[in-house]
Design a protein around this ligand. Structure first.
Ligand SMILES: Cc1cc2nc3c(=O)[nH]c(=O)nc-3n(C[C@H](O)[C@H](O)[C@H](O)COP(=O)(O)OP(=O)(O)OC[C@H]3O[C@@H](n4cnc5c(N)ncnc54)[C@H](O)[C@@H]3O)c2cc1C
Length: 298
């Protein structure tokens, strides 16, 4: 392991590895990443991998657009599949406020060339033959949406970064951080110390613990988010084309096809993490206690 680097990134999830990749791509030399477990052993490990375009901020819309293009093209660059599925997505509107909002967002997406069609309930059923459209006024159909395998996508970025000279130290927890009189950071890890100019906290659920190492009290709270995965559904298995992802305000859920079943992600049942203080820093690939129950609307 190096003892000096220009940049040290703490955390090997989608964010940390994404930054490592892009710094290396920008030509930064001497950039390293330290991960306490394996890459993607935090939230990235079990994300649903949805890659949307529908967002009302021009700058964020550009980032979303870039992300989808990146995941489509990374395999050709690195040889590592990102599991990209370009299935498109339909977001449903159930009231006039949402219809107005769809027109507003479409204006933003049109500016950056992200394809978005505002479609009728009949047209929604054409792109998603299994969806009931009771109470639906309109759909925003973003054809460039899709989903990736978050682990594959992160590993592809890791390969791209390493191909450009970046280094990754896995199974190496950061234990402490010291500010040196020179203004550099001394990062104390299980495998030794690294002194660096720039230090990035990309520790995800553990970012508060890492922040505390330099005396920062970060105003972050971990939230539980889970999804439900169905068994094979005959009507889905019989389809010849992958269903678009649906975001449905009637149930506050997203639905996406996974093989011949569905992943159903409830948005409303996110809640404060019950055991944030139990995040000791050594946990990897950990599931939260199941919070789904029959009373959750779908
Ligand atoms: C069920 C679920 C579904 C989701 N679905 C989607 C989706 O469809 N689309 C979407 O965009 N997002 C989704 N998300 C959110 C997404 O997973 C997260 O926003 C993203 O993975 C966060 O990445 P990260 O790199 O910030 O954090 P993480 O992936 O948690 O990475 C942080 C890393 O830091 C490491 N680390 C922590 N402390 C230390 C230390 N002291 N020393 C060294 N390493 C350390 C951890 O081991 C971990 O690997 C979902 C999340 C969940 C839980």
């Amino acid at each position: 392991m190096k003892t000096h680097a220009r940049v040290v990134i703490i955390g090997g999830g989608a964010m940390g590895v994404g930054l490592l990749y892009h710094l290396a791509k920008e030509g930064w030399k001497d950039v390293v990443l330290v991960e306490k477990g394996e890459l993607t052993s935090g939230s990235t490990w079990h994300a649903a991998g949805l890659i949307p375009h529908f967002i009302a901020s021009l700058n964020m819309a550009k980032i979303h657009y870039y992300g989808a293009e990146l995941y489509k093209n990374l395999e050709a660059e690195t040889g590592q599949s990102t599991g990209w599925h370009g299935c498109g997505a339909v977001r449903l509107a159930v009231n006039q406020d949402q219809v107005d909002w769809f027109h507003y967002v479409k204006g933003i997406l049109d500016q950056i060339g992200a394809e978005c069609h505002l479609i009728s309930p009949e047209e929604i059923r054409e792109v998603h033959p299994l969806l009931k459209t009771d109470g639906i006024l309109m759909g925003a159909y973003t054809t460039g949406d899709g989903h990736t395998d978050p682990s594959g996508a992160t590993h592809a970025m890791a390969i791209g970064a390493k191909n450009r000279g970046a280094e990754i130290y896995r199974n190496n927890r950061v234990l402490d951080i010291n500010l040196l009189p020179s203004g550099e950071w001394e990062v104390v890890t299980e495998q030794g110390k690294i002194v660096c100019e720039h230090l990035v906290n990309a520790a995800g659920s553990f970012c508060a613990q890492v922040g505390a190492m330099v005396g920062l009290k970060l105003p972050v709270i971990n939230m539980v988010h889970q999804y439900l995965m169905t068994e094979s559904i005959p009507e889905v298995a019989a389809l010849t084309k992958e269903l678009p992802v649906v975001r449905d305000p009637r149930a506050s859920c997203y639905y996406r096809q996974e093989q011949s079943g569905l992943i159903i992600g409830p948005l409303k049942c996110s809640q404060k993490h019950g055991d944030s203080t139990a995040l000791t820093g050594v946990l990897t690939m950990r599931f939260c206690r199941q919070i789904w129950n029959a009373s959750n609307r779908t």
